[in-house]
Design a protein around this ligand. Structure first.
Ligand SMILES: Nc1nc2c(ncn2[C@@H]2O[C@H](COP(=O)(O)OP(=O)(O)OP(=O)(O)O)[C@@H](O)[C@H]2O)c(=O)[nH]1
Ligand SMILES: [Zn+2]
Length: 205
């Protein structure tokens, strides 16, 4: 998210703000031909449609406004940590278009107004940004920045642990290798104690 609140990674496809189903299907058909397959053989006839449907779902976050997802906000006068751990996360590596997946941990300390959001909304923000072509670092930052923007909290911490299939099934081939990224904002950046407490809770099983 840019400083002016514009989501510079939001849809900028030639298709505009919608998923172009016929174009996606045609592209998958071309890809099948390119790899030497016969797209008209029985088992592959519906594959372009299935893959296009899958991509529509995997990239649904390109067409959703983050402020809609965090629309539910209420005052609870809670000024301590709220942490949702182990949110299952499936995203798509923008370099290879294969999955990276794992868990996200999202925590925040409400701001002076005591505003909190629904717990499920934190998982929805993870989903929204995960359902885009991504790199793990940007995904982590975008989740943190969206929460800062909407809730104006004292601090936000986001930690993502993921396995990248592009490192497992191809290329360097290191299945099981895990990447951890974090994004801290506000108090979690300025106070090592607050950050340490949150990281301690996150690492507890
Ligand atoms: N920092 C970062 N790198 C990523 C992420 N997902 C994939 N990559 C890396 O992106 C890099 C792309 O490197 P390139 O050399 O352009 O592509 P490549 O020849 O397919 O690279 P290899 O995967 O090493 O075979 C690789 O090192 C991937 O491991 C991510 O979320 N964050
Ligand atoms: Zn990759």
């Amino acid at each position: 998210m840019g400083g002016d609140g514009v989501d510079e990674f939001a849809p900028r496809t030639p298709a505009g703000r919608h998923f172009d189903q016929p174009r996606a299907e045609a592209a998958v058909r071309e890809l099948l031909i390119a790899v030497g397959e016969d797209p008209d053989r029985e088992g592959l006839q519906r594959t372009p449609t299935r893959v296009a449907n899958a991509y529509r779902e995997m990239f649904a976050g390109l067409y959703t406004d983050p402020s809609e997802v965090l629309a539910t906000v209420f005052e609870e006068n809670h000024d301590e940590l709220v942490l949702v751990k182990d949110i299952p996360m499936y995203s798509t590596c923008e370099h290879h278009l294969v999955s990276f997946h794992g868990v996200a941990h999202v925590g925040y300390i409400p701001g002076e107004s005591g505003q909190v959001t629904g717990l499920s909304k934190l998982a929805r923000v993870v989903d929204l940004y995960a359902k885009r072509p991504q790199v793990q670092e940007r995904l982590t930052s975008q989740i943190a920045d969206a929460i800062v923007k909407r809730l104006d909290p004292r601090g936000v911490i986001v930690v993502i642990e993921a396995e990248h299939l592009c490192m497992a099934m191809r290329g360097i081939r290191k299945p099981g290798a895990k990447t951890t990224t974090s994004a801290v904002r506000g108090l979690f950046k300025t106070s090592a104690v607050s950050r340490g407490e949150a990281l301690d809770l996150i690492s507890r099983t």
